[in-house]
Design a protein around this ligand. Structure first.
Ligand SMILES: C[S@@+](CC[C@H](N)C(=O)[O-])C[C@H]1O[C@@H](n2cnc3c(N)ncnc32)[C@H](O)[C@@H]1O
Length: 224
């Protein structure tokens, strides 16, 4: 835990300076873009490269997942924030997959029940106002047994670190300005929504300006 706190304290001043200079979407793209080389890109590729057919990506942000889809994926990428979507647009053209960007939220997904071959959610459940509603929507639109691939940061399973994350969550919410909570755990919510968890990989990314949260790469399957 000391290493994580030291990482945060060391990089916070520069990140806060950058936050005053850049709009939110550009700040996200700059800081997370650096995280791609520090390991995120590898996890993204491992998660989504094998997906094919009609794929729904929820909360696509600035499109950092787009380079990792294979040519067999037809991706509908939902993003509610126009400034994030504007930065994602050039990555649509560069992708191997066919990608359509659309406005939309996790709580009201487009499409009839059991219509999607796969879904992808990257660093989104931390900030949606109602994660259970979002998972219910994903269970609705996915075909039975279809893959749901996720990357989420989670509350630490360690007692002291978990309690500290819960305690500092209000401060983190005020700092990040994106509604991102650091004390959530999507795994029990996924099980409660009927998803089967096939594989869960813990990892951490140490990159300037982003807290080294405990992360999980998640391979799940839709109910039914
Ligand atoms: C931390 S960013 C992650 C972006 C991208 N998925 C990635 O992996 O880099 C969270 C994204 O979720 C979007 N978001 C926030 N609330 C949402 C909601 N209720 N439904 C869908 N997307 C949402 C934000 O606009 C933002 O683009």
């Amino acid at each position: 835990m000391l290493r994580e706190v030291a990482h945060f304290v060391r990089h916070a001043p520069a990140a806060l300076r950058l936050k005053r200079q850049l709009p939110q979407a550009e700040l996200y793209d700059r800081l997370c873009g650096a995280g791609e080389d520090a390991g995120m890109a590898m996890w993204r590729a491992e998660l989504v490269a094998d997906l094919a057919g009609d794929v729904l990506e929820v909360g696509a942000g600035t499109g950092l997942m787009f380079p990792h889809y294979g040519a067999g994926a037809r991706v509908t990428a939902l993003e509610p924030d126009a400034a994030f979507a504007a930065l994602a647009a050039p990555r649509v053209a560069a992708a191997a997959a066919t990608i359509e960007l659309a406005a939309g939220t996790a709580e009201a997904l487009p499409g009839p029940p059991r219509s999607r071959d796969a879904a992808v959610v990257g660093l989104v459940l931390c900030s949606v106002p109602d994660p259970d509603l979002a998972l219910g929507e994903l269970a609705r639109v996915l075909r039975p047994g279809a893959p749901l691939r996720m990357i989420e940061h989670v509350r630490s399973p360690r007692l002291v670190a978990g309690a500290l994350m819960r305690a500092v969550n209000p401060l983190w919410l005020a700092l990040n300005g994106q509604g991102c909570n650091l004390h959530r755990d999507p795994l029990p919510r996924l099980r409660a929504a009927g998803f089967t968890l096939d594989r869960v990989e813990p990892f951490q990314i140490f990159t300037p300006g982003i807290p080294a949260f405990p992360m999980r790469a998640i391979w799940a399957r839709a109910p039914g």
